[in-house]
Design a protein around this ligand. Structure first.
Ligand code: NAP
Length: 498
């Protein structure tokens, strides 16, 4: 196999929203940078997650870059919540508009990244990769930025016998590029997280029969999605700065009125009214109705009860409604947002199968088997999620100082400095890495924040003619005020630099 070697200032892994913005920033610093991407195009998670019904659960006007005023003003979204297709179009537009593709290499998978230093001052990463044709190559770079996303390694849940299934099997996180028509088909879908609920609603419109296998019921709030009314989007754009700064102040990076009153400050009917108002507005701001929903068990219960009542109101069959009611603490898992999910169970063709007790026993040639019963289907959809946060990073053979393997360092779970850096791995940065708010927040805002910090940090090193930066072990257990000190973009004192 032919091998080639290149020496760069920085190498970025991943061409999703994080990788694209990182490249933009490093280009502006004048650093020789290359982005390596496994897919054949930009978009990251939105490149792969093409399942029916895939849509963002953060409003389009906020799930978009804020770094360019012109970009903000010129791009037109069609709906309150953008579909996967529209988000991918946006990602492609950004890549073209900022001429990013010239520094990107697609269809190439990074297999390893090893750090070495030739003397006390100079170190670099040797990154090995393989393209679709099986050609391997190596790039050396001073800085390595992992923009690999938090949800990129699909969890294909090892169901015994799955290889015996006679029909096609799809995973929501690696959906085929051509449209799959389920019309007249009997379909089984396993998993009821954000992907599963969106796919359920869409597939139910086509399938002759749909079995939804639910292990854990989730709290799902309505999106209230709709096309923008004429003039509505321009109105938001006219005050875009205010919207962005409101989002930055919110705990989850989604603009909303910040409520400082606890649920107990209101009478039951006032509470009901407030819940109803945010329920009707739609979206993730439901979690911020009161200040203490995630701090006080009694307050939390009032939100949980409100949602359970709505489920019973919508779903006609009381047994199905009961199964759909979550019994977990409200908001502990990320809320799901969708349109018509609960109503979908009023279709005669849709059956909810509770697998909490028995689980999926196996998959046979005819379909899933639960507690001895075979569910005969023509197609299987796995909406079983991802090896989240660490999955993709662990799949790459990453070795830091003195050959330290990342998988060994994280054997008892990931430790990082704010999800940005890892002690023992100099000049390695992770964007929205483990330990940062990442998927619990508006990802676009969190990505921009991390990229700005990383590029600020590299600029700082360049100005000081320093070659190396590494998080200390103590920086991995920062808390409270220390965090505030570290995130201050101009100060890097908790990290050692040479
Ligand atoms: P997920 O939230 O992890 O859900 C996976 C589902 O599969 C869960 O219901 C899980 O049940 C079930 N499952 C996993 N293994 C199973 C097994 N062996 N047997 C039976 N059931 C099994 O994954 P996701 O729905 O793909 O969502 C992941 C994240 O992606 C979300 O939190 C969200 O951040 C993001 N997302 C966002 C959007 C959006 O913007 N609208 C859309 C899709 C995804 P248990 O709960 O019991 O484990």
């Amino acid at each position: 196999m032919p091998r080639s070697h290149q020496q760069l200032d920085a190498l970025v892994v991943g061409a999703g929203f994080a990788g694209m913005y990182m490249l933009y920033r490093l280009n502006r610093l004048g650093l020789a940078t290359r982005v390596i991407e496994k897919a054949s195009g930009v978009g990251g998670t939105w490149f792969w997650n093409r399942y029916p019904g895939a849509r963002c659960d953060i409003e389009s006007m906020q799930y978009s870059y804020s770094f360019s005023h012109q970009l903000e003003q010129e791009w037109e979204w069609s709906e309150r919540y953008a579909s996967q297709k529209e988000i991918l179009e946006y990602a492609n537009h950004v890549a073209d508009r900022f001429d990013l593709r010239k520094d990107m290499q697609f269809d190439t998978e990074v297999t390893s990244a090893h750090y070495s230093h030739c003397d006390e001052d100079r170190g670099s990463w040797t990154v090995s990769m393989e393209n679709k044709q099986g050609c391997t190559s190596t790039i050396r770079a001073r800085f390595l930025v992992m923009a690999t996303g938090c949800l990129s390694a699909p969890n294909t849940a090892a169901f015994s016998g799955i290889e015996d299934f006679a029909g096609p099997c799809y995973h929501t996180g690696s959906w085929p590029h051509q449209e799959i028509d389920f019309t007249g088909k009997r379909v089984a879908i396993i998993g009821t997280g954000s992907s599963g609920i969106q796919a359920t609603t869409a597939i139910a419109r086509q399938a002759s029969q749909l079995f939804v296998f639910q292990r854990t019921a989730n709290y799902i709030v309505p999106a209230n999605n709709q096309p923008f009314r004429p003039g509505e989007q321009q109105q938001i754009k006219d005050a875009y700065g205010d919207l962005r700064s409101l989002a930055r102040k919110a705990r989850n990076g989604v603009a909303q009125e910040i409520v400082t009153d606890p649920a107990s400050a209101f009478t039951p009917s006032q509470r009901e009214q407030r819940y109803q108002q945010r329920w009707d507005d739609g979206g993730l701001t439901f979690i911020g109705v009161f200040s203490d929903l995630l701090l006080d068990a009694e307050s939390n219960q009032t939100a949980a009860d409100f949602i359970r009542e709505r489920i019973h109101e919508v779903v006609h069959d009381p047994e199905t409604a009961k199964m759909l009611c979550p019994d977990s603490t409200f908001g502990c898992k990320r809320l799901c947002v969708d349109s018509d999910y609960y109503d979908t169970f009023n279709r005669d063709s849709v059956t909810l199968v509770n697998i909490k007790e028995h689980g999926i026993e196996k998959i046979c040639s005819r379909g899933p088997v639960v507690n001895g019963k075979v569910y005969d289907v023509d197609a299987l959809v796995l909406a079983t999620g991802f090896d989240a946060m660490t999955g993709t990073l662990k799949q790459i053979d990453i070795r830091g100082r003195d050959g330290l393997k990342l998988v060994d360092k994280w054997i008892d779970g990931p430790t990082t400095c704010l999800g940005l850096m890892v002690a023992g791995f100099p000049n390695l940065f992770t964007i929205t890495g483990p330990g940062s708010p990442s998927v619990l927040s508006n990802m676009l805002g969190s990505i921009e924040f991390h990229v700005d910090w990383i590029s600020g940090c590299i600029e700082h090193l360049e100005k000081r003619e320093a070659n190396r930066i590494e998080a200390t072990e103590s920086a991995e257990s920062l808390w409270g005020k220390e965090v505030e000190r570290v995130v201050d973009q101009t100060v890097y004192r908790t990290c050692e630099s040479w």
